[in-house]
Design a protein around this ligand. Structure first.
Ligand code: HXC
Length: 297
């Protein structure tokens, strides 16, 4: 029995390394955390229960039979945020750029199904290049299953996407269908395909930032609901957002302790809005002074 447990721990250690130490170092070098580091910041300490850690792809084309990594580029499971359950999947860029195979898609649809059944939010952490090119139509079919569940979950459970690296193809189409989309400044991009492919196909030279950086999506296209400084701030802010949300359309909004004075009178509210409707005023100041403890997301 001890021997079996030792082997299991060995296999777990290999799976936790994803694409290997060199690629993890490269990930850190780009100012990004790994999928597992992100999950540990997002969830309450020790609450993460991982599923399907040893799942591998079943593709044999283009030499893929020799390129199997346990977990297949996505870490999935559930845990809690301030005690409330959430389901989570985090793309692992160190494994074939986090690209989606048929098996990888099955891991994601499994947590989507569970979140829907239980009635709990689902959070996707994206850092991935879309459909795994080597799998072709099998990967595209996998996305079909993910997209279908995005539609079924819409209006039923909160769906939150955080774009935390260069994301292309299905890894932006699916987030685009979710309720909240956040990005990380300077390290995350949302585009149909990357600048190199754009150059090859259209001969147009464009930077990642111009094509789909946080500055574009949070100020021009309005695809993203917010952009944060780095991975740590992004995970902290998602935890804060979860605190405001109901678990599902069957649940009440969460009750939180509040420390504001119920009799607080904010005299400046009488004067913030100018008499002249053509004069501008700071709407955020108005909101912050109105809500409890100035706590506004
Ligand atoms: C297989 C992929 C991959 C993909 C990246 N990789 N994307 N492998 N399928 N889609 C691999 C790379 O080969 C590389 O492997 C490693 O991930 C890191 O990628 P790099 O290119 O070195 O990183 P970077 O320069 O940061 O560029 C990231 C990127 C770029 C912008 C995401 O890789 C890119 O443009 N990829 C292709 C994007 C794309 O067109 N995807 C198809 C979308 S179609 P090594 O071994 O060298 O480390 C789609 C359709 C959905 O998703 C619709 C469904 C109906």
């Amino acid at each position: 029995m001890k021997e079996i447990l030792r082997q299991l721990e060995e296999r777990r250690a290999v799976a936790r390394l994803g694409g290997g130490e060199k690629r993890i170092d490269a990930q850190h070098g780009r100012g990004k955390l790994t999928a597992r580091e992100r999950i540990s910041l997002l969830l309450d300490d020790g609450s993460f229960e991982e599923f399907d850690m040893f799942v591998e792809h079943d593709c044999a084309d283009f030499g893929m039979a020799d390129q199997k990594v346990p977990g297949d580029g996505v870490v999935t499971g559930w845990g809690t945020v301030n005690g409330r359950p959430v389901y989570v999947f985090a793309k692992d860029f160190t494994v074939m750029g986090g690209s989606l195979s048929r098996s990888h898609a099955k891991k994601i649809t499994k947590v989507q199904d569970m979140a829907l059944k239980v009635g709990a939010p689902i959070i996707g952490l994206f850092d991935a290049g879309g459909a795994r090119i080597q799998e072709g139509v099998d990967a595209l079919g996998g996305y079909g299953e993910v997209f279908q569940r995005n539609v079924l979950a819409s209006g039923v459970i909160p769906q939150i996407s955080v774009i935390m690296g260069p994301c292309a193809g299905g890894d932006v189409y699916s987030p685009a269908m979710t309720d909240f989309i956040f990005m990380v400044r300077d390290t995350s991009y949302m585009f149909v395909t990357g600048p190199d492919v754009v150059k090859t196909v259209t001969n147009e030279t464009v930077t990642s930032e111009e094509l789909g950086g946080a500055s574009i999506h949070s100020t021009k296209s309005s695809v993203a609901d917010g952009a944060f400084e780095n991975d740590v701030v992004a995970m902290t802010q998602v935890r804060r957002l979860i605190d405001f949300l109901p678990q599902s359309n069957r649940a009440e909004v969460p009750e939180r302790p509040f420390f504001d004075d119920q009799d607080r009178v904010e005299m400046s509210l009488d004067t913030i809005i100018p008499q002249n409707p053509n004069m501008p005023y700071d709407m955020k100041e108005l909101v912050l002074k109105t809500v409890d403890e100035g706590d506004f997301f």
